[in-house]
Design a protein around this ligand. Structure first.
Ligand code: XMP
Length: 517
């Protein structure tokens, strides 16, 4: 078991959607936090020397036979424990309390009544503080030695404490933003009760990750596909810090990239970081496979297949490879969580078509799988990646293939690249790039009549789209000051030959998607 060089709060994971959010909240206090499965033995936990333990919530009911239980010897370690939701309930029943299902499930806000003036978990918490509840079961009788220090109208045992043993439990979720003083509750536990030292930062993350990568990889070789996006870039640079030339990166130019992208990737990775980079110019292969195809799904399938063929060809050229590095983030892990409860290893992105060929057997190396997107950006900055790359808008794997609606041809792609570059440049000039989740241009499968100079034209139509979003699941169209759109539109018609009309897309998602396809 790993022993940490920093004070560490271990999150014992009972399968909650929010486990990583708890760890992240702790890291925001500059205290290291790591998630381990609930099955971790007390002995292994002790060896990790945690400063405190947090039991996460979980989807099961403690009243169900076979539901997750931590090793009861954990209560003998003398380490402070905070149980959240399911974590509180499991701690309660393992210490002689009872849990029942009240008539009503409680989901939503509740106001806290403070029942004790000198509770260390409630220091600085206001009367009627707003909590976020999400539970079916609730503690119905106190575990031995515990006192009730907080309640809500529907849940008498909302906050429980055993001061002497330093065991604490809350029925609500302090880790979510809906709990008004969530940060204060967690700080009271981590800093007040556990007295964790606040000396962890991204630099410490890098040091630990480098050690982990070296230990895992040994003298083997790692292959990493670069997409031009931030996740694979950060993963590659981090792994390169750890193992240098044992890392080989592959970048496939599919001919569907944004203007200047292939050059940027080569400059950053090969010239600046001196990373071994195999650059595959496969534009020809992609475009000839896409010839005459207009149906969106067919285009995606072709792009996926040609990508995988090209990538595997490059992999074979790279020599003996043991690991495939991926920039998998925590939200990707959550999306692919297996029914058995453990995060499953799946190959990220749409390129996952039917597993690896027989002669290419790789283990996965995913050094970012504990992190959220903004943490990856912070890490990228710490590793010296250019700000432009670190804060880029998302870009789909099939690239301009999905934005060139209708047939994908080299002249249309060149036109689209120019339109896109002007649109993004105008957005940056207006200082709006970071207010927007994603901005993009599409070329529509329609031509329209226009007049330029004295001539009538019959040219392509492009559509500009910019959206705000939290997670790309839903999105709203971005309200530009009209001047910005006007500048972009007039520059596009003047500077890009072959386009004579510019539309702005005001469809939200749903019903629209972000991309056009
Ligand atoms: P839609 O168009 O479905 O897109 O609203 C949601 C988000 O996903 C991106 N996107 C993709 N990303 N491979 C990717 O890596 C893809 O095939 C793909 N298709 C869409 C899209 O840009 C948006 O951010």
């Amino acid at each position: 078991m790993q022993q940490f060089s920093h004070d560490t709060i271990v999150v014992l994971d009972f399968g909650a959607q929010y486990s990583q959010l708890i760890a992240r909240r702790v890291r925001e206090m500059h205290v290291y936090s790591q998630i381990v499965p609930y099955t971790t033995s007390a002995e292994d936990l002790k060896a990790m020397k945690p400063t405190g333990i947090i039991f996460s919530g979980g989807p099961a009911s403690v009243r169900t036979e076979g539901s997750p239980r931590p090793d009861p010897a954990i209560y003998e370690l003398g380490i402070p424990i905070l149980g959240i939701c399911y974590g509180l309930q499991v701690m309660s029943i393992q210490n002689g309390g009872e849990v029942q299902r009240p008539d009503k499930r409680e989901y939503g806000f509740a106001d806290l009544t403070i029942l004790s003036e000198n509770s260390s978990l409630l220091t600085g918490i206001s009367a009627n503080s707003r909590l976020w509840m999400s539970h079916g079961d609730a503690v119905s009788s106190l575990p031995e030695g515990f006192v009730q220090t907080g309640s809500t109208p529907n849940c008498p045992y909302t906050v429980l404490e055993h001061e002497k043993k330093r065991f604490y439990g809350v029925q609500f979720h302090p880790e979510v933003v809906h709990t008004a003083q969530g940060k204060q509750f967690l700080e009271n536990f981590v800093l007040g009760i556990c007295k964790a030292e606040q000396n962890w930062d991204m630099g410490s993350f890098i040091a630990t990750a480098i050690e982990d990568i070296r230990a895992k990889v040994g003298d083997k070789q790692v292959l990493c596909g670069l997409s031009g996006g931030v996740d694979s870039a950060v993963a590659a640079v981090l792994i390169h810090e750890a193992i240098g030339d044992q890392l080989v990166c592959v970048f496939v130019n599919n001919g569907l990239l944004r203007k200047g992208e292939a050059e940027m990737v080569q400059k950053v990775f090969r010239d600046n970081y001196k990373i071994r980079l195999q650059y595959a110019d496969a534009e020809e292969a992609f475009l000839s496979a896409l010839k005459g195809v207009t149906e969106p799904e067919a285009k995606r399938k072709i792009i996926g297949k040609v990508f995988i063929d090209t990538f595997y060809d490059e992999a074979r050229k790279a020599g003996e490879i043991s690991f495939l590095a991926q920039g998998t983030l925590y939200p990707d892990v959550i999306e692919s969580k297996s029914p058995s409860g453990g995060p499953s290893a799946t190959i990220k992105s749409h390129h996952n078509v039917g597993g690896l060929p027989e002669d290419l057997k790789w283990d996965l190396l995913e050094p970012l799988r504990e992190l959220f997107k903004d943490e990856v950006r912070a890490l990228g900055r710490e590793l010296g990646l250019p700000e432009e790359l670190v804060t880029r808008h998302p870009f789909p794997g099939p690239g301009l293939g999905v934005r060139c609606v209708g047939e994908v041809t080299k002249p249309r792609l060149d036109t689209l690249r120019d339109v896109d570059a002007i649109f993004i440049e105008e957005i940056r000039k207006a200082g709006l790039y970071h207010d927007i989740w994603q901005a993009l241009a599409c070329l529509l499968p329609v031509k329209s009549v226009g007049v330029q100079g004295d001539e009538r034209t019959y040219e392509e139509v492009c559509s500009l789209r910019a959206v705000t979003s939290e997670d790309a699941m839903t999105a709203d169209w971005f309200r530009f000051p009209p001047d910005v759109l006007q500048h972009a539109a007039s520059r596009i018609c003047n500077e890009v030959s072959g386009v004579n009309r510019v539309l702005y897309d005001i469809t939200s998602k749903p019903p629209g998607t972000i991309e056009w396809e």
